[in-house]
Structures are given as structure tokens and as C-alpha cells.
Design a protein around this ligand. Sequence first.
Ligand code: FCA
Length: 356
Amino acid sequence: MKPTATPSPDAATALPLPPARRAFCRRLALAAGSAALLSASVLSAPALAADAAAPIKIGFIIKQVDEPWFQDEWRHAEQAAKDKGFTLIKIAAPDGDKLLSAIDNLAAQRAQGMIVCAPDVKLGPALQARARQANLKLISVDDRLVNGAGKPIEAIAHVGISASAIGAQVGEALLAEVKKRGWKLAEVGALRVTYDQLSTSKERTDGSSAMLTQAGLPAANIVSAPMPKADTENAFNAATVALTQNPKFKQWLVFGPNDEAVLGGVRASEGKGFKAASVIGVGIGGSQSAVNEFSKAEPTGFVATVMLSPRKHGYDTAVAMFDWIKNGKEPPKLTLTSGTLADRANFKQVRTSLGL
Ligand code: FCA
């Protein structure tokens, strides 16, 4: 049986409990990687009583393993595991099926908690139900889980970024560079690479747009390039279409929900023949994608990024989960982190100042 995307909590808890032996065999099959049984096992396993003496194991599930931000989060969480003496179980879950089987996997390993950046925030209710059934404490990171009505599930502790404020910082950085270059806002196109199905992404790009229009950029100059999937390749394709359809602009601002999206936009502008002097891109993140770009011999149109703290999201969140499991100290329901602007000239210092 494949897990459905959004089973109600009641559907999970109402299932009859099979004999303990059957549950045990299922867990064995689960360890061997049987996807079909994986999804059934936790639904049928009784909630295990917390064992104070058991070694602490914490799962850290992320949605996009190839994105450097998530690698950084894992690395910092691993440092927390070393410092505090718990086991970190890292699982990549690029889709809903993998996410739900990851939970079963954690339950089988007797983990007591999991930190999750879900591939689809609408899986919130399913995730919450399975976590409860498997006696796993749950903290979401980066992307806030939503209920059936699309509203944040406030009962689940969340660590995210102050998305609108960080988007506004991007807008300010774009405006500062426009001023430096002596561009006229009325003549500048603004390529907004979007991923509006995720609220932290929409809030970021909305924050940047608002800052730009408040400063006098005509709203009609903002051209949206929606990505079907949030990565550089999809951003590149969406941006190429948007640039092709708007040949009247000779200078472009590029912004989006993260560095990868902005890099896709900047690469698309290069593909359309724009030189670095005609493009101002400002990203969000500051992980390896931005570092690689800033390390190129020649500057590109990607001029700056609002650097986030993978240490706060990875290390601090893992420690908060550890404290919750070990000492019963509940984490705050909502933690929002800030960002720091960094460019080619100062990114190394900014990274050091953030403890990266
Ligand atoms: C979301 C984005 C990531 C990163 C993170 C903090 O998950 O997809 O790129 O910006 O928020």
C-alpha cells in the first residue's frame, strides 16, 4: 500500500494493532528496504514508550540533497551530534513517498525525534500523524508545514527565515547597486524568479518586489518567471522565456527565493547576450552556490547574496531537539532567523562572522 498524500490523523490511529510479532517482522523487512511494507509498518506499530536510558537518535530529513544549503545544514547538525553525543540519521526525501518511508525507517531505528524540511509542505497532516504514532518528536525547518486549508500548522515547532524581511533586504541591495551604476529605474526590467507554491519562497520574492516598487520601479517592469521546480535548471528555463518575451529592457535586476534561482536567472541573461555590467542579481542563501560564483576570476551579474545561517538552522535546531528529548524542554513554536548581506568583496568575512 502506498501512503496517500494527506491521510487524516484519525485514519492512522484508528487502524487495529496487529500482534507484536507481526510488527517486529515488518520492522525487519523495513530495515531491508521494502518500500511497500515501510509505509504499513508505522501505521501498525504501537507507539513505543519513551525509554530514558535509550541512546538518543535524531533524524534530519531534507528535501533537496544536491542543494548546498541542505548539505550545510546537515554538516552543522552533525557537529551538534558530536558535541552532545547523539546519533544523527540523515535522510534525503525528494518526494512524499520517500518522506513517509523515511519516518518508518526512523521509527524502526528507534529514533526519538526528527527535524524535517519536507518536499511538499502539504504533507504536514500526514507527517504529524505518523510522527505521533511512531512517538517521534517533530520540528520543521526551512519550510513550514501547512494543514488541509493551506494554513501553517502552528502546533509543530518551526525554524525558518524571516522571509519578507530578507526579501526586502534583497530589494535594498538591488537598489543600492542600481544607484551605484547610475541606472534609471523607469528603464530597468526586474526578473522575478518565483516558486509561489511554497510560502517562504513567495514571501521572499514579494518582499523584494515591494521594496523595489516603493522605491519607484514601475510595477509593470517586474517580469515573473515561475519555476515548476525550485532549482537552477528550472530557473534558467523559466528566465530564458521571460527575457525572450521582454526584449525592450536592456538592463535587468534578478531576484528569486534563493541563490540557485537567481543563478538560473543570471545564467539565462548571459545566454541572451547580456554582459555582467547590464545585470544585477542578488540571491538568498550564501552557501557553496554563491561562494563558487564569488570565487570566479571575473565578476558576473550575481553581485550579492543575503547570507543565511545554516548553523542556526542545523546546529541549533538539532540541539533544541536533543534538549526536548533528553530534558523535556519544549522548543519555541516559531523561530525566525535573519540574514546578512554579503558580496564578492566581503563574503569570507561575513561567513566567519556567522561562525561558518
Ligand atoms: C527553502 C529553500 C532553500 C533555503 C531554505 C532556507 O527550503 O528552498 O533554498 O533557502 O528555505
